[in-house]
Each structure stands twice: as C-alpha cells, then as structure tokens.
Write a protein that binds this ligand. Sequence first.
Ligand code: NCD
Length: 305
Amino acid sequence: MDLKGCSIVSIRDFPKEDIQAVVDKALEVKSGKWAGALDGKVLATLFFEPSTRTRLSFEGAMVSMGGRVIGFADPNISSAKKGESLADTIRTVTGYCDVIVMRHNIEGAARLASQVATVPVINAGDGSNQHPTQTFLDLATIQEEFGRLEGLKVGMLGDLKYGRTVHSLSLALALFGTKFSFIAPPSLRMPEYTLEQLKGADTSFIEIGDINELNDSLDVLYVTRIQKERFADFQEYERVAGAYRIGRDSLKLLGEEVRIMHPLPRVDEIVEDLDKTPNAIYFRQAHNGIPTRQALLGLVTGTIQ
Ligand code: NCD
C-alpha cells in the first residue's frame, strides 16, 4: 500500500488488502511508533457542517505528531458566505497546506475537491454518502476487540438510509465475510444501491424492523442516530424519532458478549445505563480517532510508510 499523495474520498476506492493495512497501521501508530511523524506539516480543516469528534480528532492527531492546523469550523465565516464556489475555495487552500480535511453537506463534494486540489483531500463526511475515516477507526476498534475483522456477526441499527457511517462501514465489512443484520424502520432502510454491492462472496444480510426479530446473537451492534438534518419533511422525522432505545436490558436479546458501538453523537438511542457495562465501547471507539487519523495523515503526506 502506498497512499502518498492520495486522497481518501470513498471506502469503495480501497481494496481489502489496503483496508487491512490501514487498520494495522492505525494500531501500530497507537502503540507509539511514528511519534513526531507529522513534524512541520500543515493541515487545513474545512468544515461546512457541524462536527465535534471528526474535526477535533484530526486536529489533535496533527498537533500531537508535530504538525500545525489552519481552517474553519463554521462556513459562515468563510468566503462561501460571499458566494465563492467550492472549487475556488479548494484551488486557494491547496496552496496553504500539505493536506486538506473537508466535511460538506453535498454528496460528491469531496470527490470534486480531490479533483481540483494539488494536495491530498480527506473526506470527513459528504452528505449522507460516505465517511471513510470513521470506517477506519471503527474497524481499528473492532480489530482491537476481536483480534480480527473476518467473519463477524454485525448488527446496524437506526437510520441506515441517511447515515453515512453505516454506508462506508458496511461496504468495508462486506469484504471480510460479515453476517449483517440491518435493523431500521421501513422508511430508513439501507439504500438499495448499497445492498446490491453487499451481495458479495461470503457476506449475507437480513433486514428487520426490531431487535426482537433477531434470530442469533451479535458480535457487534452499531447504533446510529436518526439524521434529523437530512429529512426534507419534519413530520416524517417525527414519525421515526425515538424509534429505538438500547439499554442494559437489551443485552439479553443481543447476547451478553455483544460490543455496542456508535459513531456518536447520540441523542436518545442509547440509554446511559449502558455506558458503564463492558459492552459499551463507543467512547473508546471515538478515542481511536486520534491514532487512526494520525496514520491516515502520515500515509497521505508520505511521512508514515
Ligand atoms: C457521524 C457523522 O458525522 O456522520 N459523526 C461522526 O463523525 N462521528 C454520525 C452522526 O452525525 O450521526
């Protein structure tokens, strides 16, 4: 795997071997190797949508490895507000930094940016499409827990239609023979085009509306928030809001060994009584954002091999 100079736009661009190699690299970075590897590098963070974990862990990753950060977290203070096109913003910023991390509400915005920029562009989420760096940290967390990615039983619950994290993660896990259970209200099912791509080799999936319909225990339950901001019709959102609540009592149905993951932020889909159980690994998962993003920044700038 040589990612030097490469943009990270979609998990679809990565063959299985490269996904595994990035995950291994993230855990290697976590073990303390590569300290200071980003010395002197400059990251530009362009966030056109709200973020806590993604932006701060990219910034934290850069700074703690010796790099520096410029950028904005609110598009209202950027020239987008004056009517500048995304392409022109990128043409400009590409001259100020070694790597760009961008989050945008429009699907495909990261691809466009990567075609205009002369430095690598990392997609930190484009609308409800993709969130590849979240996937790498999710996979690093799974590998830490199970020692492997291969052959796991993974449930995904909540907003599978608009949730970009589950789109990227399911495509990646499909390469590792995952047995999926997709749990969503009928209006928020995994999109057909994603399901089509999952119909691969050893992968299988079922679609159900409730965890009571599970016919097997799970290794991982990946819970997601209903993506309120993506609904065109607020009444439609209100019909599904609060549809799921996972708490301590859900463990009986899911299996006592199940690991509960969540990209965060949570709203009300995970009850806080779950937080203190050994099953709840979502904050550990969020903390893996640092080594994973350090690895990715190092790989695309060529300072980590
Ligand atoms: C997710 C996102 O932005 O897609 N958050 C994150 O990056 N950890 C999930 C969400 O907003 O629900």
